[in-house]
Design a protein around this ligand. Structure first.
Ligand code: CUA
Length: 320
């Protein structure tokens, strides 16, 4: 009768056991104290019941050891849970340095994915087993939420900014992919499948089936860079009207205001779509906005291209 019934989804990423253990730990601690309280209440209620009905309980004025005990023990337990949960939290939010980047866009009512090698897919996500994968995503319309229960990862897709999740799949197989934020009539249909493949199968998949017809993400980005005339201002040697983009990704950029920001994906995205938001120190406020001229997939391609530009103007292969 309960065949196929499971309380938890399969554990298919390195994060999954960590999150489940924390959850189980909190449940066990809570259950332990709930049981102790119920047993004590029941036991004392029976043991000290008043047969005659006319006795009055002894006045209790307090007990220092008891009060210290019921303050300190829960304090230590609560701090213990806090520290444990914080460690797990940092593992969830901090992706390892070397990750396979995949770009995604949520829109009513589908998830689009773009791989570095050029493969594009809708409501399907192919990833290799045993490799840390980072999905950078945004929304083209309303709030969505990318949720892969088997990996225990979930984050909102917010229009106008990037979110990211990372996971390292541990088991080959097919897993559910959901939108976990009500986004309109067909929200329940905004679902898909994650295919975790052997590394070699993934390589074959990523480079096969006409994947390279539109070029890799970097090549598409390079095309857009020329097509949108970015290339006329952002000269590689820094003599153009805009700053050189060589080696900019991941670097610290000083703004006009004197403020310093890290040039991550969100910064690059904002600088393309809302070019007036931040101006690099020493440059003029002249870059036009590319809002409406380029879609999210194009922005992802441009960012991947910018990432591939290293200091000195050389291109490096983005393959890791
Ligand atoms: Cu998209 Cu719910």
């Amino acid at each position: 009768m309960f065949s196929g019934f499971s309380l938890f989804p399969t554990q298919a990423s390195t994060l999954a056991p960590e999150i489940d253990n924390l959850y189980l730990g909190v449940i066990l601690i809570t259950a332990f104290f709930a049981i102790v309280v119920v047993v004590c209440v029941t036991y004392f209620a029976i043991k000290y019941r008043d047969h005659t009905g006319d006795k009055i309980g002894a006045p209790i004025t307090g007990s220092v050891p008891l009060e210290l005990g019921w303050s300190l023990i829960p304090f230590v337990i609560a701090i213990g849970i806090f520290v444990w949960a914080s460690i797990v939290f940092f593992h969830i939010v901090r992706a390892p340095d070397q990750t396979l980047e995949i770009y995604s866009t949520g829109k009513r009512w589908m998830w689009r994915f773009q791989h570095i090698d050029g493969q594009r897919e809708i409501n399907e996500l192919h990833v290799p087993v045993g490799r840390a994968v980072r999905v950078v995503f945004t929304s083209e319309d309303v709030l969505h939420d990318l949720f892969i229960p088997a990996f225990r990862v979930k984050a909102d897709a917010v229009p106008g900014r990037y979110s990211a999740i990372w996971f390292e799949p541990t088991r080959v197989g097919e897993y559910h992919l959901f939108c976990a934020e009500y986004c309109g009539t067909r929200h329940s249909g905004m679902i898909g499948t994650v295919y975790v493949m052997e590394a070699a199968d993934y390589q074959a998949w990523a480079s096969g089936g006409g994947a390279t017809a539109g070029g890799t993400l970097v090549q598409r980005g390079e095309g857009l860079f020329t097509q949108l005339a970015c290339v006329t201002c952002h000269l590689p040697d820094g003599t153009g009207r805009g700053p050189s983009l060589a080696g900019v990704y991941g670097s610290q950029v000083t703004l006009e205001s004197g403020e310093t920001v890290t040039a991550d994906e969100s910064y690059l995205r904002e600088s393309i779509l809302m070019s007036q938001a931040k101006t690099v120190k020493g440059y003029e406020h002249i870059m036009p906005t590319f809002q409406g001229l380029i879609n999210e997939d194009g922005v992802a391609a441009l960012i991947e291209y910018i990432k591939s530009l290293q200091a000195g103007g050389n291109r490096v292969a983005s393959a890791q």
